[in-house]
Write a protein that binds this ligand. Structure first.
Ligand code: PGA
Length: 230
């Protein structure tokens, strides 16, 4: 099974940056991974490169109507998105997203056959209190245990953008907890300060199905290396 490697650009880049990014990415040796690029949504329709799958970074929990500033799942699909992140900790924090909103987003994406990538992860105080698995299970309450075709990205909040990563055993513990919550086989990714120095170790020593890469994905050669090492 081909692993998934997702570049999450967050609110970074420009038209020119993205065009150059794709060129520079291709200069590195090819990997046989499924590469997904979560661009700022405005740029999705201009990004024509069949080597990449496109993802939205978020979606509205409504299908249409008077929701100024929001983008529907159908709009994302029109612009070429096959995947969409939901529940990213930055959206939970800055957009006050709740589990209930995130469930509605999950359903909106399902209606358009866009693959959801549900991000979950614990804050530092929960990790320090050794309550990570309880916290993850609470975040997963929005999904039925019979749900199929799920991709969950485990991203400890304290590891995002900090240069810190959990111990390998702690990643595997979280992954086991997430897999054990579902009756069907699901995909679990790891995200949080992934770079070309830690990608191989995390991939080889856990049974994750891929990586979600933020900051390091903005450097196309670095991201290409991560994709090879995953
Ligand atoms: P990071 O971000 O790789 O910069 O830690 C990961 C993410 O937020 O998806």
């Amino acid at each position: 099974m081909s692993k998934l490697v997702i570049a999450n650009f967050k609110m970074n880049g420009s038209k020119e940056f993205i065009e150059n990014w794709a060129k520079d990415f291709h200069e590195e040796k090819e990997s046989n991974k499924t590469i997904i690029v979560a661009l700022p949504s405005l740029y999705l329709s201009n990004f024509k490169d069949s080597n990449f799958n496109l993802a939205g970074q978020n979606v509205s929990n409504q299908s249409s109507g008077a929701f100024t500033s929001q983008l529907s799942a159908q709009m994302l699909k029109d612009c070429g998105a096959e995947y969409c992140l939901i529940g990213h900790s930055e959206a939970r924090q800055y957009l006050m997203e709740t589990n209930e909103n995130i469930k509605q987003k999950f359903d909106q994406l399902a209606q358009e056959s866009i693959q959801q990538v549900l991000c979950i992860g614990e804050p530092l105080e929960i990790k320090e209190a050794s309550k990570t698995t309880d916290y993850l299970l609470e975040q997963l309450e929005l999904l039925s245990s019979d749900q199929e075709n799920i991709i969950i990205a485990y991203e400890p909040i304290w590891a995002i953008g900090t240069g810190l990563t959990p111990e390998i055993e702690d990643i595997q513990l979280a992954v086991d907890c997430i897999r054990g919550r579902f009756n069907k086989s699901i995909k679990v990714l790891y995200g949080g300060s992934v770079n070309s120095s830690n990608a191989a170790n995390i991939s080889a020593k856990t049974d994750i199905d891929g990586l979600l890469v933020g900051g390091a994905s903005l450097n196309p050669k670095e991201f290409a290396k991560i994709a090879q090492l995953c």
